[in-house]
Design a protein around this ligand. Structure first.
Ligand code: ATR
Length: 276
């Protein structure tokens, strides 16, 4: 029987998850499908009923359902609870489970790109305080990073995130961000600034120390202005596409029983798609 999986969101046309999972299904010769389904917020409970009824093995959940999905499930992982959002769900013995794989995806890509980064990173500077920042801060905390500094345009949101996740997170003023660059061993843009059709991220890298890791979660374009500037100043750059690929791994493994590999060929396929 074909195992049906989905990605739901509203809108959903832009999602690249079908390309990732479709490539893996083909590569591993599995009898499965992965569909893009547009679900309006008011239709979310009805869609969950369809999963419970056995129509799907599981799937991914994206904007605007990641938070709303949480209370509709039977069990959620510690990561999903701490991050306050779910992006991967599956059915097992008649129960619905949820996880958030954004932190694991971020860390998996960082591990693959900069092996041994944990020995070098004492201070991380996160730009932003939204959902992506929460997942990444949770991930860095779980790996024992000693200082996690949040700089967000709206300071209240950074203070709230630091309160929710606790030490070693600390909120600092948005105006301090350029000076904080000098203190950081790892800088992460967790916002969508710098993405195609968005304003650039206004972060001055004049004080960047060579060897500092600069990670951008944006992947359209593949190499953002932030990453280009960081490279010119001797930074070690990590792009956003790898996080997208790595966050997809745990879901595929759950639904189809095969842990898929993030290969250069898969990456190249996504790159071709992004370049249009
Ligand atoms: P996500 O869940 O993808 O992280 P989000 O919750 O909407 O998205 O968060 C977007 C982040 O980008 C926030 O940190 C936001 O800052 P505010 O909390 O001050 O809104 C940040 N952001 C968006 N536009 C920005 C801009 N023009 N300048 C600075 N930060 C911006």
């Amino acid at each position: 029987m074909t195992l049906r999986c989905f990605v739901i969101g509203h809108p959903i046309a832009h999602s690249r998850s079908p390309l990732i999972h479709g490539t893996w299904l083909e590569q591993y010769g599995l009898d499965g499908s992965y569909e893009r389904i547009d679900v309006a917020p008011s239709d979310l409970p009805g869609f969950v009923a369809r999963i419970r009824a056995g129509e799907f093995a599981g799937g991914n959940v994206t904007v605007p359902h990641k938070e709303a999905m949480l209370p509709l499930l039977d069990e959620v992982s510690e990561a999903a609870r701490a991050i306050g959002a779910v992006n991967t769900i599956w059915r097992e013995n008649g129960r619905l489970y949820g996880d958030n794989t954004d932190a694991a995806g971020f860390l998996g890509h960082l591990d693959a790109t900069v092996p041994g980064w944990q020995e070098k990173v004492r201070t991380a500077l996160l730009i932003g305080a939204g959902g992506a920042a929460r997942a990444i801060a949770y991930g860095l905390k779980s790996r024992g990073v000693a200082r996690i500094i949040l700089a967000n345009r709206g300071r209240e949101r950074a203070i709230e995130l630091a309160r929710v996740l606790g030490a070693p997170l600390r909120a600092r003023d948005w105006d301090e961000r350029d000076a904080l660059v000098a203190e950081a061993d790892l800088i992460v843009n967790t916002t969508s600034l710098g993405m195609q059709a968005q304003p650039p991220l206004a972060l001055d890298l004049a004080r960047l120390r060579p060897g500092t890791i600069v990670d951008d979660i944006v992947y359209v374009p593949l190499k953002t202005v932030l990453l280009t500037q960081a490279e010119q100043r001797g930074g070690v750059i990590v792009d956003g596409l790898g996080m997208l690929l790595h966050q997809a791994v745990p879901g595929f493994a759950r639904w189809f029983g095969v842990t898929p590999a993030v290969t250069p060929a898969l990456r190249a396929r996504l790159e071709r798609d992004i370049l249009g």
